[in-house]
Design a protein around this ligand. Structure first.
Ligand code: UT7
Length: 331
């Protein structure tokens, strides 16, 4: 019997309608379109404005898009994983609500959190279940409503983040397609450089911390930037080396969309031409767990069966890694 690998067999995506452009940000904080574009590559991002709607709203929309396009019966889904750094609520699983709302009534479900690496790590988790033969249909969703904990008076963060969601279906493959290799890492010494300090279990929000805005995301951009450039490029290069891959072998780089300069640095390190680098940061900004599936959503029509893809991500924690993947279908 041939070895079972874990392939992606369908993709869905969703971004909210509301567009927050650099021009509008200019009226909110001291910044300008030229600075944001040249320093980050971002022109606009999407924001979920409707009151009472959280990350599950985005996740459900992305899942429904996939289900409809694939013609999938949601009752066949066995596991729903929602990768997110912005769950709807504390204590109640966002994935459980999402699974029920999309009609995945036979599935169990849970959230997976590793900041901007959540979806990458989720790919590893989903693939391991499939490779073991335990489950055959896993819906992996990356969704974040970052606008819920961004301070729109802090130009170090509000220019970067946006809201969105992407979903993929993992199924067994007997032709060797899907996840080939992974190199995943973390280092907790990085957490002081990117965090929302108050609102978690260490420091519950008080009236004073709320007034000081300490529940919002803080980042030391320069330190995060340096670590992202070094580590993302490092793991991408290492995973290519140990799989004897050259730049000619690679069809695509799908890198976490945090800053175009970080993505370019990673592409340069592995000598990849610009036309092989998936990029949509200009339209969505950094959607945290949603960047990788939203890349697949936007590029799906250009992907060909057998295409070799290098995934890479870096995020808070710190967390980072790279996955070598073979695409399984022509759309
Ligand atoms: O998803 C994973 C986590 N996040 C990331 O990977 C993000 C990593 N970091 C970054 O992308 C970048 O560090 C930022 C985009 C956040 C900042 O870019 P930078 O090139 O590191 O800028 P900087 O903080 O070093 O600031 C350079 C200058 C400063 O002015 P002076 O001191 O040189 O006069 C800042 O005050 O730019 C100024 N500045 C701004 N100007 C206009 C900082 N932010 C802004 C702004 N608009 N939004």
């Amino acid at each position: 019997m041939s070895k079972i690998t874990a392939a992606i067999t369908a993709v869905g995506g969703y971004v909210p309608d509301f567009v927050l452009s650099n021009k509008v940000l200019e009226t909110m904080v001291e910044t300008n379109d030229e600075w944001i574009t040249s320093r980050t590559g971002i022109k606009e991002r999407r924001i979920l404005k409707e009151e009472g709607k959280g990350t599950s709203f985005l996740a459900i929309k992305a899942a429904e898009d996939l289900i409809q396009k694939k013609g999938l019966d949601p009752k066949e889904i066995e596991l729903v994983i929602v990768c997110t750094a912005s769950p709807d609520m504390k204590a109640a699983s966002t994935a459980a609500y999402t699974a029920t709302q999309i009609g995945a009534v036979n599935a169990f479900s849970y959230d997976l959190e590793a900041a901007c690496s959540s979806f990458l790590f989720g790919m590893s988790t989903a693939a391991a279940y499939i490779e073991s033969g335990r489950y055959k249909k896993i819906l992996l969703i990356g969704a974040d409503k970052n606008s819920s904990f961004i301070n729109y008076k802090d130009r170090a963060t509000c220019i970067i983040f946006g809201d969105g969601a992407g979903a993929v279906l993992f199924e067994p493959n007997e032709d060797g397609l899907g996840l080939q290799d992974e190199l995943l890492r973390s280092n907790g010494e990085g957490r002081e450089f990117l965090q929302a300090t108050y609102g978690g279990s260490s420091y519950p929000i008080t009236k004073d911390t709320f007034e000081e805005g300490k529940h919002y995301v803080f980042q030391d951009g320069k330190t995060v930037f340096k670590n992202a450039v070094f580590n993302m490029a490092d793991v991408a290069e290492k995973i290519m080396d140990r799989n004897q891959l050259t730049n000619d072998d690679i069809a695509w780089l799908a890198a976490h969309q945090a800053n175009k300069r970080i993505i370019d640095a990673t592409a340069n390190r592995i000598n990849l031409e610009e036309n092989k680098v998936m990029m949509n940061i200009q339209r969505y900004g950094n959607t945290t767990s949603a960047t990788l599936p939203l890349l697949l959503f936007d590029y799906e029509s250009q992907l060909k069966k057998g295409d070799k893809i290098i995934f890479a991500a870096f995020g808070g924690g710190f967390t980072w890694g790279s996955i070598y993947f073979k695409w399984a279908y022509n759309s």
